[in-house]
Write a protein that binds this ligand. Sequence first.
Ligand code: PMT
Length: 398
Amino acid sequence: MLKGKKIVLGITGSIAAYKAAYLIRALIKKGAEVQVVITPAGKEFITPTTLSALTNKPVVSHFFSTDDGSWHSHVDLGLWADCMVVAPATAASIGKMAHGIADNMLITTYLAMKAPVFIAPAMDADMYAHPSTQRNLELLKSYGNHIIEPATGFLASTLEGKGRMEEPDEIVRQLELFFSETPFSKKKILITVGPTYEKLDPVRFLGNHSSGKMGFALAKACVMRGASVILIAGPVAMHYSHPLIERIDVESAEEMYDAAVSRFPETAVAILCAAVADFRPAQVATEKIKRDGDRPLNIELVANPDIAAALGRQKRSDQLLVGFALETDHAEANAQEKLRKKNLDLIVLNSLKDEGAGFKTDTNKITLIAASGEKKEFPLKSKQEVANDIIEEIGKRI
Ligand code: PMT
């Protein structure tokens, strides 16, 4: 898949620059041709001699060659490459790339690049978490660049591990996925994610603990394989923008239902990961409900529409419908029942009885059950790995 691919590898001034040597070796082993462009700070961490020995090409770092004054053309590199990978990418270089500050050969090459660009951030956790770095990464994504970072990067709830550069083998794997024809290439996938909020009065709502992590990891797994995603998101604090993701923000189950039912026909697969409220208050008070001493308050609830069941009725034979089951008791029997009642092709069972599974955690433990009767149990893994497992199983069925 990477055989014969021409890759410009941009290296910036991070301690992780040594990993660029492993990355070059792995790329060359796959048959790629690698041209290194390095910043002045990058050379403080790894020598051009090492890099040119590995790539079999002179390293480009200046606008002009110091030997004979000949011009290194960033424009030619932009036309030559099948892709550019910036690894490691420091906060400073990310900022310059986001704002077009073309004061070195690497940034001018980036600005002239005609091919897809992959950026692997590398910095300490505090620098990574700083709003300016996060804003710059968002800008780079909005320009259509691909950010490659460990699953802990955007899913983790703690700072630990954030900002660490993705391992070279994983970068190679993601490039291979990008260049390969997968069952997902050019397919459209609908994903519901997060909780729904059901209004009680102008200040209160009924909701649940879904953070959106599982659903966002699924969206990432889909776009990494070339699918485009319609991400229907309940109220979540998560962000993951990507040129292949169309995000529709909704609040209530009814809004999520309307969006899902109207967009389902144009998709090949729907994955219903949202924790949809099954009930909503029968009346939404126009003013804040006041307490009346110690008197109990009774709220009448009415059933919300079942999105999964509606899509199950609407489903064509060329569409695949995947649901989740979040259980606390009789997990497998309940999941089987939901699979059948909602006319799903596949159900992802996760149980709140399993430590590290379910809401908010960075991990999950799942069992996949297919309508055909097939069943597959997986150990506890990061939500990104779980998402990859689910997407691989879906890939076998489309
Ligand atoms: O977001 P995180 O914090 O990462 O947590 C992930 C998760 C625990 C929310 C996720 O892994 C999960 O289990 N999602 C489904 C939660 C749920 O509501 O399950 P359920 O068993 O109640 O619903 C069964 C299926 O029907 C689900 O696919 C659900 O999206 C769907 N449903 C339910 C009710 C409804 N009115 N409409 C629906 O479409």
